[in-house]
Design a protein around this ligand. Structure first.
Ligand code: HEC
Ligand code: HEC
Length: 189
């Protein structure tokens, strides 16, 4: 009898634990994808008119190219079904591409698969990692005032690592989970 009660207690405990696991920790093993925010102004029109009928614009972030290489890539990837663009439009588009994804930037990695994490950062642990890995190029104001979904925090943090932030995969994922939890976009928080 005593044993049966214990079993129930354990099951109830496991259920409570399961519901406490944050959503961002329930990961699939798909690689994280970049997210590109559409520009404003004329380039926005050019993109929406010519470039979004077959695929989105996020994949642009996989590249870091100069003008010539961007033009060549666009030509090369659309050989079967050439994208027809007026010369002036193409120039403006390529200029924007170079300004966002030029040779001085880091391409988003295609292969970052978020590791599954089973332990989570306390505020103190997260603050220590932020102080160590995230203050060499800018202060923490951007982090403290940022409000993003967990997915967006992951994209941002992976991007920061590509730029030079020193942070290992599991730490990165724990930081992303903490950022999503404490600096998320849920209006009820
Ligand atoms: C008719 C459909 C179509 C249109 C319109 C189109 N694309 Fe594509 N695009 C594709 C396909 C299909 C691929 C994948 C080709 C491959 O993998 O070889 C691709 C690949 C790309 C890639 C490479 C993505 C990667 O993962 O490396 C970029 C960048 C790109 N397109 C940009 C553009 C831009 C900029 C425009 C507008 C000027 C545009 N596309 C319009 C069909 C299209
Ligand atoms: C090697 C330099 C470098 C390091 C280290 C670095 N960052 Fe950044 N960070 C940048 C630069 C440059 C920008 C501005 C990017 C832009 O505006 O396109 C930026 C921007 C940001 C932003 C604002 C992004 C937005 O869209 O509003 C956030 C948030 C951020 N960083 C968080 C972090 C975090 C978290 C870390 C530690 C994991 C980190 N940064 C470490 C260089 C760095």
């Amino acid at each position: 009898m005593k044993q049966a009660l214990l079993a129930i207690a354990v099951v109830a405990g496991a259920a409570a634990l399961a519901t406490a696991v944050p959503v961002s920790a329930q990961l699939s093993s798909r690689p994280a994808r970049p997210q590109v925010i559409p520009p404003q102004g004329p380039v926005r029109q050019i993109i929406f008119k010519n470039c979004t009928s077959c695929h989105g614009i996020d994949d642009y972030a996989y590249h870091a190219l100069d003008k010539t290489a961007w033009s060549a890539l666009i030509e090369d990837r659309h050989k079967n079904k050439p994208v027809k663009l007026a010369v002036a439009d193409r120039d403006q588009l390529v200029d924007w591409l170079v300004s966002k994804f030029g040779p001085g930037t880091k391409p988003f990695p295609r292969a970052y698969v978020p590791p599954e994490i089973t332990t989570f950062f306390s505020d103190t642990e997260a603050q220590a990692v932020l102080a160590r890995s995230c203050t060499t190029c800018h202060d923490l104001e951007r982090v403290n005032t940022g409000r993003f979904s967990p997915d967006r925090w992951r994209v941002l943090t992976v991007d920061m690592r590509e730029r030079g932030a020193k942070i290992a995969d599991e730490e990165l994922e724990r930081l992303v989970e903490w950022l999503g939890r404490t600096k998320g976009t849920n209006p009820n928080q």
